[in-house]
Design a protein around this ligand. Sequence first.
Ligand SMILES: Cc1cc2nc3c(=O)[nH]c(=O)nc-3n(C[C@H](O)[C@H](O)[C@H](O)COP(=O)(O)OP(=O)(O)OC[C@H]3O[C@@H](n4cnc5c(N)ncnc54)[C@H](O)[C@@H]3O)c2cc1C
Length: 323
Amino acid sequence: MKRILILGAGTAGTMAANKLQKKLGDEWDITIVDEDENHYYQPGFLFIPFGTYEPEDVIKPKSEFLPNGVNYIVGKISKLDPAANMVTLEDGVELGYEHLIIATGTHPTPSETPGLEGPEYGKTVHDFYTFEGSVALRDALADFEGGRFVINLIEMPIECPVAPLEFAFLAEAHFRERGIRENVEIMYVTPLDAAFTKPVAARHLGSMFEDRKIALEPDFYLERVDTDNKKLISYDERKIEYDLLVTVPMNMGATFVQEAGRGDELNHVNVDHYTFQSTDYDNTFALGDAANLPTSKAGSAAHFAMEVFVPNFVNYLKGLPRM
Ligand SMILES: Cc1cc2nc3c(=O)[nH]c(=O)nc-3n(C[C@H](O)[C@H](O)[C@H](O)COP(=O)(O)OP(=O)(O)OC[C@H]3O[C@@H](n4cnc5c(N)ncnc54)[C@H](O)[C@@H]3O)c2cc1C
């Protein structure tokens, strides 16, 4: 039996497993691996800090979303050897494959920014890009009575590029509802030259910031964070003080991608932008946030990409021309 191995049972990997199992039936052996038994609904991380969602609302067992007939292995992928068609898990288990789909996403990596990680992370420095981060931020927000509240987007690309903006507007509404808006100065600090990347959206979002008295600090390329003195410092030596910092750390793909030499500088897999096929190995594909595609890193983008990927991948397996 020919083996298809899918790495990562998040949004993209789960969709691929479902759709390919339906198309290919029992002809192919499909295996999917993920280190976590639980699926976390990441858009929900935006709402936990404000109490709209409870932490348990965003967690479901991954097995609920995987079809019968797909083998599901729980384990951390520690090594990819593309020349040998072999993946090794942390516990030493080796998984061979004929065709590989990498869908291990991208994740916040605060260790990439000098000063950001440390004893203040989870106290005066928070993120809402992880489950643990959004729960800790909920508690910090509940205790926050006033001061300068800074939201800092460090570098693109990030998952869901609009999420930091949504967070800023939700935070502004939250402080208003609590009756402490007058005591809170909100700043949105970004390396972009406006609130958002696209000009029309940037114009509208910029005026929404003005209406809500959210100060925008554009073109801010963060060099380091001085958590002792609660300051962001840019490469051009601008300094921004904060009382509570909400950071969107640099997003990076899985380390095994980098170690296998298959990624760009952020460990996102180099793929053909139309077929999602690795530019280095014919039998390897990457989907969702794990791929270095020039699209938003978003579940919706992965969903639409699937419409192109699945028929093309099936044709590739059958040796037929692609769309
Ligand atoms: C705060 C926030 C809000 C968002 N809002 C939206 C929104 O409104 N709309 C939208 O479309 N998108 C949104 N997104 C983005 C969306 O969640 C992601 O783009 C989507 O989940 C990407 O799917 P993926 O399968 O590529 O990666 P993921 O869903 O992240 O899945 C990757 C999987 O790989 C596994 N994995 C990684 N490394 C390893 C390893 N070494 N070993 C084993 N397993 C591993 C992980 O456990 C995970 O299950 C949001 C994201 C965040 C953080």
